[in-house]
Write a protein that binds this ligand. Structure first.
Ligand code: ADP
Length: 186
């Protein structure tokens, strides 16, 4: 069985990992799977998941794992994901990373590679205030950064220990970042 490329994009809010993921997804013709986007769509459509998730997203808190894990499993089993995918915004904590590892073992077709887009806090805050999404107000931004440090930083350590993590300086022109990303992804 061939081994598809499973790319995991990590990086704080405002690291522009979504933009980079989208670009790379087109070039590699593998789907870009953003849990933030999936949640925002569920909220827009007021689905049962959206209704449960809304308060967490508005406050910058992580949506509980049990709401998301099934969703990710279903998405990764879809036909368009069989040759690879880029995950953006997942995993966001160590239990999610462990769930993903188990799932991929079960599917037995993917190599995992995690990429961290590194951007200093002051740059992040400036970028997010300019972006102006509903959850891009100052309080929520501050909380999302805290949550990132508390919950997602350990995910970087998790992949680093397994020698599956590359870090890229995200505080540069987008084209420069893309160039490095492509080199790392190979
Ligand atoms: P950002 O990286 O800019 O914070 P995202 O679009 O990735 O934006 O996520 C927006 C919000 O969606 C998060 O603040 C969180 O509430 C929720 N969310 C996204 N992905 C996850 C996840 N894997 N686990 C829990 N909550 C998530």
């Amino acid at each position: 069985m061939s081994v598809g490329k499973g790319l995991i994009f990590l990086g704080p809010p405002g690291s522009r990992k979504g933009t980079q993921a989208q670009k790379l997804s087109k070039e590699l013709t593998i789907p870009h799977i953003s849990t933030g986007e999936m949640l925002r769509e569920a909220i827009r459509n007021q689905t049962p998941l959206g209704q449960k998730a809304q308060a967490y997203v508005d406050l910058g808190e992580l949506v509980p794992d049990e709401l998301l894990l099934g969703l990710i499993e279903e998405r990764l089993k879809q036909d368009d994901a069989k040759n690879g995918w880029i995950l953006d915004g997942f995993p966001r904590n160590v239990p999610q990373a462990e769930f993903l590892a188990k799932l991929l073992q079960k599917l037995a077709t993917f190599s995992q590679q995690a990429i961290n887009l590194d951007v200093p806090d002051d740059v992040i805050i400036k970028r997010l205030l300019l972006r102006g999404r509903k959850d891009d107000n100052e309080d929520t931004i501050r909380r999302r950064l805290e949550v990132y440090r508390e919950k997602t930083q350990p995910v970087l350590d998790y992949y680093s220990r397994q020698e599956k993590l590359s870090s890229i300086n995200g505080d540069r022109q987008p084209e420069e970042v893309t160039k490095d990303l492509k080199a790392v992804v190979g």
